[in-house]
Design a protein around this ligand. Structure first.
Ligand code: ZN
Ligand code: FE
Ligand code: FE
Ligand code: ZN
Length: 268
């Protein structure tokens, strides 16, 4: 059975917390009926050893070479190459440098860091959640996410409600925190992704929540899909459910990217 949607969010061992060579991800993609995938490794940070979960600056060429090896082994599969880039205020020039280094197909812009010290999706830093003001944390997350969009550095917003990962929810409707952010995405013409990895976290729900996805659709915000695979067996995981969610929200197409140009492809 062939999947009508591409898996655009996949990692490699260069980020030090994923396993399997890119060719093994490609092999799995063919097995599960995907016709297009794209790698989005955690881009190098402004300096090496910023944290233990990004690729090193010197590894960009290896990354590109490993993806090319996957292309050679699986010519029947379209394989794109991009980066998942952390947005932090002050890192813009570095991100522009990264963009100029290669003909990337797309950049996923992700907010993991709420300040230079706190990657809020890090399970070793749960105390910041436990001792923090959840409302304020959610507001801060969406402010940064909107800023990442207006920076114009990225094509796709990564996991647009990652703040729910550990199931710390704010008062009121969680989707209401995303309204201004979604207006910004629509105004700037960027895309969001359905990221199925949320199903495998404490929140037990894809990113973003169905309400946010509906609100995105109402604003004509285009869509990609990603498994956020950190191992070959995760490629295309839960894509049937993701596709169903997209259709329920009213989506009829998803985007494909090549050298940072988007083309819509029908879902049917
Ligand atoms: Zn990761
Ligand atoms: Fe991420
Ligand atoms: Fe990721
Ligand atoms: Zn991710």
């Amino acid at each position: 059975m062939s999947q009508p949607v591409a898996d655009y969010h996949m990692h490699t061992p260069l980020c030090k917390h994923a396993e399997g060579a890119p060719w093994q991800y490609a092999q799995r993609a063919v097995e599960v009926g995907l016709t297009e995938i794209g790698f989005s490794e955690h881009a190098p940070m402004i300096r090496d050893h910023y944290d233990p979960w990004h690729m090193d600056r010197a590894d960009v060429d290896t990354y590109i070479r490993d993806v090319e090896t996957a292309r050679e082994k699986f010519p029947e599969l379209t394989i794109r190459i991009g980066l998942e880039v952390d947005f932090l205020p002050g890192h813009e020039a570095w991100i522009e440098d990264l963009a100029a280094r290669y003909d990337w197909d797309y950049f996923i812009g992700s907010v993991h860091y709420l300040d230079e010290e706190w990657d809020m999706d890090n399970p070793y830093k749960l105390d910041r959640w436990r001792n923090g003001d959840v409302q304020a944390i959610w507001r801060r997350y969406y402010q940064l996410l909107a800023d990442s969009v207006t920076s114009d550095l990225f094509d796709i917003v990564g996991h647009a409600d990652l703040c729910k990962k550990f199931a710390f929810y704010p008062d009121g409707d969680p989707a209401s925190y995303a309204v201004d952010f979604l207006d910004t995405v629509a105004r700037c013409g960027k895309a969001i992704e359905i990221n199925t990895a949320g199903l495998r976290k404490d929140c037990k729900e894809m990113y973003p929540a169905p309400d946010i996805l509906r609100m995105a659709r109402e604003r004509n915000i285009p869509l990609t899909m990603g498994s956020d695979a950190h191992a070959p067996q995760e490629v295309g995981m839960d894509f049937d459910a993701g596709l169903a969610l997209a259709k329920e929200a009213g989506y009829r197409e998803t985007l494909r990217f090549e050298e940072r140009c988007a083309t819509p492809v029908p879902l049917a």
